[in-house]
Write a new protein. Structure first.
Length: 487
């Protein structure tokens, strides 16, 4: 008699109806070879073929496989107990088997995945197994084994596992007891469908000063909370920069190194740097916009010459409308034409001559008037005086940020600074000269001595030190700048 059939599957598979297992539709056809002998022999051979099929294919967990095996065992028991009942049982069983063989089975089954383990193995196909241990809690393990096929250096197993994390090893049934060896620091993660839908950013400037890395983020997706390893690919991308790790203590991110030039890359997230997710994301690095190094207006006022700090990519930059904003175009007037003398020099020709001096002075006046109240308030709040030099520096900084020419305005300001604000300094000099050559000096009054000592001490200071000493003394500056006659 055949041994009673086992009702369970491979050790550790668990309940086949477990909803946490991924499932697919799988059709199974039973072998059709049946020897034409006695009904008893047919039953025996049919049952043995059916049993071996189940064992070899690992289909013990099928809902229809187990009832058929149980029915076969009952049939065989009746043969040995009561031959007449056995004959009737055999006819019923074979009829049921015939229908079963003709139509096939459609059953829900966990999807099989292939796992390969590399090493040096002396086991053969019939006596080597892949072992997976799931840690469920403190000292509580769930061990699962699957038969494998190997060639001495690699073992391949078709496995079906629940969601979770497993240690991976090999079991060789060549001794007593069988040998088991686990891959050092191994961890097999079985997870449901994982995919990212977006990545941010997808564009970046590669020559940004002071930066060597770009952090990309994959937001808003249901993915196991594990660190990522992004696989980077692109034309000319170096192999030593192919893998990008996650940012420290942060998930759903990858640190992308900056390239040396413009490049288009593909970023594929993964957990191990080998098996990437299905969707990849484009990442484009481009050069920062060029800045104007200098600019000036031609003497006749009919052209503006702009020199950039680097060569410019001239593609699609043959028209003024592609280079200048609407406000600048409106100020240049109709008929403005842009022509590249070189990749770094742009010449803008205009029909109406530009009055450079008038434009610069008007813009400077507008800026000073709009900021005058703010400066007064700042002086009151901070209890300091904003010098005229600082105000002019702010004005020229504003012009530079907005790429406005100031060549003529600078000349005007330089000339203005050469002029004395009042006659007080001149009168002070003549007063001291008179004191030096008249009898008044010889009297050595307290006020005269005090004034001479003050001048002597101040003359001993450097210009910058003298300026820093008196710049915040409002009363002193008010007295010095007063239009009074000193005798």
């Amino acid at each position: 008699m055949l041994p009673p059939s086992q009702s369970g599957g491979p050790k550790g598979l668990g309940n086949p109806d477990d909803k946490s297992l991924r499932k697919v539709e799988l059709e199974v056809l039973i072998p059709m070879k049946i020897r034409e002998k006695t009904k008893k022999e047919k039953c025996l051979e049919e049952g043995q073929a059916f049993t071996e099929c189940c064992k070899a294919s690992g289909f013990w967990m099928f809902l229809k496989c187990r009832p058929q095996t149980n029915a076969l065992n009952k049939c065989l028991e009746k043969w040995y107990n009561d031959e007449e009942m056995g004959k009737q049982c055999t006819e019923e069983y074979l009829q049921e088997r015939s229908e079963y063989r003709r139509t096939g089975i459609t059953a829900k089954q966990r999807k099989k995945e292939s796992v390969e383990i590399e090493g040096a193995f002396r086991g053969r196909t019939r006596n080597i197994k892949c072992v997976f241990i799931e840690v469920l809690g403190d000292e509580k393990l769930n061990k699962t084994e699957f038969s494998g096929s190997g060639n001495g250096t690699r073992v391949k197993c078709s496995v079906q596992l629940k969601l979770g994390s497993y240690r991976v090893g090999i079991k060789l049934e060549v001794g007593d007891p069988p040998e088991e060896d686990f891959v050092e620091d191994s961890e097999l993660l079985v997870y449901d469908t994982a995919e990212y839908t977006t990545m941010s950013p997808t564009r970046a400037v590669f020559d940004r000063g002071g930066s060597s890395e770009l952090i990309v983020t994959f937001p808003g997706s249901r993915v196991p909370r594990l660190p990522l390893i992004c696989v980077i690919s692109g034309d000319g991308w170096p192999t030593d920069k192919r893998l990008a790790q996650s940012e420290a203590n942060t998930l759903d991110t990858c640190i992308i190194p900056y390239p040396n030039s413009s490049v288009e890359l593909n970023i594929a997230p993964s957990f191990n740097g080998i098996h990437t997710f299905q969707k990849t994301f484009p990442l484009r690095f481009y050069a920062s916009p060029p800045e104007m190094r200098r600019y000036y207006i031609a003497e006749d006022g009919h052209a503006v010459v702009i020199v950039f700090d680097r060569p410019v990519n001239l593609c699609n930059l043959d028209k003024c409308s592609s280079i200048l904003n609407n406000e600048t175009l409106a100020r240049l007037g109709e008929g403005a034409m842009c022509k590249w003398a070189t990749k770094q020099q742009l010449i803008i020709s205009v029909q109406n001559a530009i009055k450079a001096v008038f434009d610069e002075v008007v813009l400077a006046k507008e800026y000073l008037q709009s900021n005058w109240k703010q400066w007064k308030q700042e002086e009151t709040t901070r209890d300091v005086i904003i010098s005229s030099e600082e105000k002019w520096l702010r004005l020229f900084g504003h012009f530079k940020e907005n790429h406005l020419a100031t060549s003529n305005l600078i000349k005007i300001v330089e000339y203005a600074f050469c002029l004395l604000g009042t006659s007080a300094p001149v009168e002070r000099v003549f007063s001291l000269m008179n004191n030096a050559w008249t009898d008044y000096r010889g009297l050595m009054k307290e006020s005269t001595v005090k004034g001479l000592m003050t001048c002597k001490i101040n003359i001993g200071l450097a210009c910058e030190d003298f300026y820093n000493k008196i710049k915040n003394k409002k009363d002193f500056l008010k007295t010095v700048l007063a239009n009074e006659t000193y005798t």
